[in-house]
Write a protein that binds this ligand. Structure first.
Ligand code: 4AD
Ligand code: MG
Length: 443
């Protein structure tokens, strides 16, 4: 086995000669020096090769290397406070492992469609690296949070017989003579799991045939869905707040440099993500939106903010509302009629549901949807009928209300919207390794 040093661990080899195995990220040259940007997946380091050390033949061969050629580089690790990683490599030898001819992504600017078509290569760039590493930290942070707070991981199935979030965004597939649907949400199964284990979560891909081409919608996205027995809406909001603060703190602790340097993200707004988050009713949020609408002189904004009681908020409403706050806000008690069938009808005000949406600041909008679930059998049966959902595939779900029904609540956090917010990205397309949208199924 050849011993290879990883760039992320190069500090341990200061003053020593090491072999790096990776790719040529970029190179600039003068008559007597080559400056190679070498990447190995764990980081990027500058390697310097002089004509004097290399001799004319090797020097010319290195000079002919092209972007993304696979290379093996041997050199001595020296400290260099000016370079981002703090080290550079004084090269002795560079061997080409395999060529890279006409690499399509040059350091110049490319359009979004071109980059998405070349996503399999685009993943190698510095910016994508930062984003996907932060995504990894967020996913690990999610798992650690629930694992450390007494939740049991209970995986929900992907192939399901029924809708969870409305019938208009279902992906169906033939299933031995019947139709199966790709899961829109693992929630219904978490409700069963919470009745068995008390506190559970599932974490996986979910699917929605979204016919909207917005910067927030994917057809395949990852969602974490905790569910807790004997929890009400207030307890749910407490959990959300604590969980989100822990995630943001973890990302700030680990990725300050990625955020500031690779992504040019202002981290001050993230530092303000502290408990408590403002909590407001739909009614109060609506009043604020109407005030903003009436105060604006911009005709386009005014039109986009058209709304009356009973309508769900769209992204213009969420954007304008969140501009008034410096941290995520929790809006609860949306009109019962516009929400999913499983939401708890508020016994004190049957016009609203005991649900909550978390809206991220800086215009990012909804990142979490959740709330208390209907635990009353009759009300739930009526809701199924109202939503024109067939009863038979939900009999098992109704059983949960027949055998020891208790108040329970939970939520779903969309990973991609969270990554977009924390990284400060305009569009969710860069937040997942291979995005799936209405007009994209490849690569
Ligand atoms: O608000 P949603 O639809 O809630 C549910 O699915 C509940 N069953 C969750 C639960 O209570 N267990 O979706 C939850 C979150 C949204 O707030 C958003 O972050 C994300 O999932 N999401 C999407 N992300 C990307 N693309 C889409 N098409 C998304 N749809 C929802
Ligand atoms: Mg929602």
């Amino acid at each position: 086995m050849m011993s290879t040093t990883r760039i992320s661990e190069i500090a341990g080899s200061l003053g020593q000669e090491v072999t790096l195995r990776g790719w040529l990220y970029n190179m600039r040259s003068s008559k007597k020096l080559h400056f190679l940007q070498i990447r190995d997946g764990s980081g990027i380091i500058q390697g310097i090769l002089s004509l004097q050390d290399a001799g004319p033949e090797l020097f010319a061969a290195i000079g002919a290397l092209t972007q993304e050629s696979a290379i093996e580089a041997v050199g001595k690790v020296v400290s260099d406070p000016r370079s981002p990683g703090g080290f550079e490599l004084h090269l002795k030898d560079v061997r080409r492992v395999s060529p890279s001819v006409d690499y399509p992504i040059s350091p110049k600017e490319h359009g979004d469609a071109f980059l998405m078509d070349h996503r399999h290569l685009w993943l190698r760039s510095k910016r994508q690296h930062a984003i996907l590493k932060i995504r990894h930290t967020i996913i690990k942070g999610i798992r650690d949070y629930f694992d450390e707070h007494g939740f049991v991981l209970v995986d929900s199935p992907i192939l399901t017989p029924n809708a969870c979030e409305g019938t208009t965004t279902l992906f169906g597939t033939e299933y031995f003579g019947q139709t199966a649907y790709l899961s829109q949400s693992g929630q219904l199964y978490q409700e069963a799991a919470a009745m068995a284990f008390g506190k559970t979560y599932c974490f996986g891909p979910t699917f929605r045939a979204e016919k909207s081409k917005t910067r927030r919608h994917l057809t395949e996205f990852w969602m974490v869905e905790p569910e807790v027995a004997y929890m009400d809406l207030e307890g749910d909001m407490d959990l959300i707040e604590d969980f989100l603060c822990s995630l943001v703190e973890r990302v700030l602790n680990k990725h300050e440099r990625d955020l500031k340097e690779s992504l040019e993200r202002d981290i001050e707004p993230l530092k303000r993500v502290q408990k408590p988050f403002p909590r407001m009713s739909y009614d109060d949020a609506l009043k604020m939106i109407v005030q903003i609408r009436d105060a604006t002189t911009d005709a386009e904004t005014k039109a986009a903010l058209a709304i009356e009681w009973g309508m769900d908020f769209g992204s213009p409403h969420e954007t304008e509302l969140t501009k008034k706050f410096d941290r995520p806000i929790m809006v609860h008690g949306y009109p019962y009629e516009v929400k999913a069938f499983y939401m708890k009808r508020d016994p004190n005000n049957p016009k609203v549901a005991r649900c909550v949406d978390v809206l991220a600041p800086e215009g990012y909008g909804e990142i979490i949807g959740g709330g208390q679930r209907e635990d009353d059998l009759q009300i739930l049966e009526a809701a199924l009928a109202k939503h024109e959902l067939p009863k038979a595939p939900f009999e098992w779900f109704l059983d949960l209300r027949r055998y020891g029904s208790v108040p329970h609540a939970g939520f779903g956090l969309g990973v991609e919207r969270t990554v977009a917010w924390l990284c400060g990205l305009h569009h969710v397309r860069e937040t997942i390794p291979f995005a799936r949208t209405m007009d994209r199924l490849s690569p």
